[in-house]
Design a protein around this ligand. Sequence first.
Ligand SMILES: [Zn+2]
Length: 466
Amino acid sequence: MTEAGSKLFCNCKANYRGMEPNTNVCPVCIGLPGALPVVNRKSVELALAASLAFSCSTPEYIVFTRKHYFYPDLPKNYQISMYERAGGVPICRGGRVRYLDIHAWEWKECRLRRINIEEDPGKTVYGEGGILRSAEAYVDYNRSGVPLLEIITEPDLGSAREARQLVEYVLLVLEYLGVTNPRLEGAFRVDANVSVEGGERVEVKNIGSTLDVERAINYEIMRQSAILSSGGKVERETRHWDAERGSTRPLRQKEQEEDYLYFPDPDLPPIFLREMVDRARSLAALNDPSALFAQVVELGVSKEMAWSLVTTRPALELFLQSVKRGADPQLSARLIAVDYKGELREKNRDPYDPSSWPATEYVTELVRLVKEGVYTYDAVKGIVLPKLAENPMVDLKSVLPQRAENLDSIIDEVLKREERAVKDYLSGKAQAMNYLVGAVIKATGKKALDPRAIREAIEKRLGRGS
Ligand SMILES: [Zn+2]
């Protein structure tokens, strides 16, 4: 058994980012003769949790398969992967992803063909001109052997946008399970098979972001449709997505699957899953974004805000904790998911970092102050949230707008003294109110910093308020 956070079959680190090339390697992951793989059970358990989250049928045991091909970044000349034939048993067959279409707020479904656990190859770095034109290629094996989940869907997707939404939702589920952090460089890649009616299937590789899933597929649909409408033929091929140019280029003719010469890896015995199933099942149940989304919506929060919470987990946790402690759900959701998140974005702070968020007590206190009419929501939003977003640990009292103790009598005094402005306001000159508000703020020694509250108090005094 290897450590959690390690590569799939050795103790090198799974997070290879930022390391000098070829420093995160050992005899196993560079395929030295005689080195034997030992499976990382944590990876298998997480893959099992993902399979259960996607309603896959779970086999009694899994069998790893060797997939042979020659490429410089694959030191053994085979990749340890999974395959449903040739004696292999993948972690998941069948299954489905229910994903949210956030334009129609409708759940859609895409069937899964299977899920494989496999090892990542190393990384080939090309010189100037990239994969298509460079004269040099350098290989870095730091990534070689990092656990990878390959999720293969059935052809159930009808548009590029659906494909993007599916990928986004799958990544969200995997993030909740702790399988991956999709925001890390190279955390996921998408290969998209695209075909239009009357043409062959084209596989597009090297798609590295969810935005590019949509762009690449739309580009391919356009390219293939243009060929067909000018009387040409779309050949079966593999193409490379060039994100910079926003287009695809031919890469190689597609190998037939038989070319890979699959067979079960004789170095790895079958792994029985029974002991892992219960824990994986409860992990999947406790970390289901769709159930959490439903829970938030049930509290009376709009779907847009609920989704904004669910897609930023620290925000969701803060929300659920605040509500648990009695905070009003709608106000909390608005404060957290809309305005505080907006402040973080403006200040370029990471909303996925829990330390960007204030303590639960701060949220419950702010919501209470608004609810009880001590401050208006706008005062909290305009004055308190920007300061909190700068430093969520700041003493809350020090960022609350100060309030004059005797505001009512100050207002009375000002209204008596500013007879003319009052008359102007009452006869319909709306701008006279601004003058009165300014006069009150001045009279409090600039302590009453929430102009809207003062405005409301004055209107009430003059019989105009609600
Ligand atoms: Zn290693």
